[in-house]
Ligand binder design. Structure first.
Ligand SMILES: Cc1cc2nc3c(=O)[nH]c(=O)nc-3n(C[C@H](O)[C@H](O)[C@H](O)COP(=O)(O)OP(=O)(O)OC[C@H]3O[C@@H](n4cnc5c(N)ncnc54)[C@H](O)[C@@H]3O)c2cc1C
Length: 244
């Protein structure tokens, strides 16, 4: 009797584990292979449903896509404009950011963009004509740490290049117009392709919104409105004699 009950328990256990494994396998297969069929227009382009859908190929989106792609993750990167950005911002990668880039294995994003090593700041006193040099702190080996200065757009282009190198990363030039929510869960986005008409839907196991500080999608996630508390003016200096 005890032997039969034990046998029954073992059999049930094996059946349970088998069912569980089949479900996990099916889930993984679905995550990798499911084809998106939700389209609002008659466009024949069907995109394979990715594991991760990233909106925005800026600093965050491009770096994330590159790293996940390198791990073999199926990623779709949705960016409204894939041409090289021409904005004055994000020209200086501080030493901490540079280390993070190295740790992510994305240093190649700096290749061929004339990135300059920066070891600190120089404050120019116009009244006395003197310069005050402020070095970055030293590292564990006693060397002054370094950051990198560059043209922001060329750096972004470099990060996007690293993402596009990955076979499992697909880039779609399109604007995400809204998040798709089901039962309180974000399951994908609605988007409008740059060279297409109408809108399409793309679903994914995970949706990452990395569309920058002027995000339209953030509005549907949080109630607070964005407060612009300061302004930034960029000055382009050519053949600057104070360069050190
Ligand atoms: C004036 C200024 C100066 C700065 N200077 C520095 C600096 O010197 N050093 C530094 O480290 N940081 C600096 N920063 C901060 C830095 O620029 C940001 O932290 C960084 O760019 C944020 O990265 P992100 O990927 O979140 O957004 P972004 O880099 O802005 O990328 C967002 C991307 O999303 C895309 N996108 C937006 N909406 C959609 C949509 N609906 N569908 C599809 N794509 C979309 C955009 O085209 C863009 O490519 C500065 C910021 C500003 C404003």
């Amino acid at each position: 009797m005890i032997f039969s009950a034990g046998l029954l328990l073992v059999t049930c256990g094996i059946v349970f584990i088998t069912v569980l494994l089949v479900k996990v396998f099916n889930y993984k297969q679905q995550a990798k292979c499911k084809v998106n069929t939700l389209q609002d227009d008659s466009s024949p382009a069907a995109v394979v449903e990715p594991e991760v859908l990233i909106v925005g190929a800026g600093v965050v989106g491009s770096a994330l896509a590159a790293v996940l792609g390198r791990e073999g993750r199926n990623v779709v990167l949705l960016e409204r404009d894939m041409s090289e950005p021409d904005r004055i911002l994000g020209e200086l990668l501080q030493p901490g950011g540079f280390h993070a880039l190295q740790e992510l294995g994305l240093e190649a994003a700096l290749d061929g963009i004339e990135a300059e090593a920066m070891h600190g700041y120089v404050v120019h006193d116009l009244h006395t004509g003197s310069n005050v040099v402020l070095h970055y702190p030293k590292d564990a080996e006693g060397r002054v740490q370094a950051g990198r200065a560059f043209h922001h757009g060329r750096f972004i282009a470099g990060l996007r290049r690293e993402a596009q190198k990955q076979e499992t990363v697909t880039v779609i030039e399109a604007t995400a117009t809204r998040l798709i929510e089901e039962h309180g869960v974000i399951v994908g986005v609605q988007y409008k392709a740059k060279d297409g008409e109408g809108t399409q839907h793309l679903r994914a196991s995970l949706t990452v919104v990395a569309d920058g500080c002027f995000s339209r999608l953030r509005r549907s996630l949080v109630n607070e409105s964005v407060v612009v508390s300061s302004h930034f003016v960029g000055v382009l200096m050519e053949s600057c004699p104070q360069f050190q």
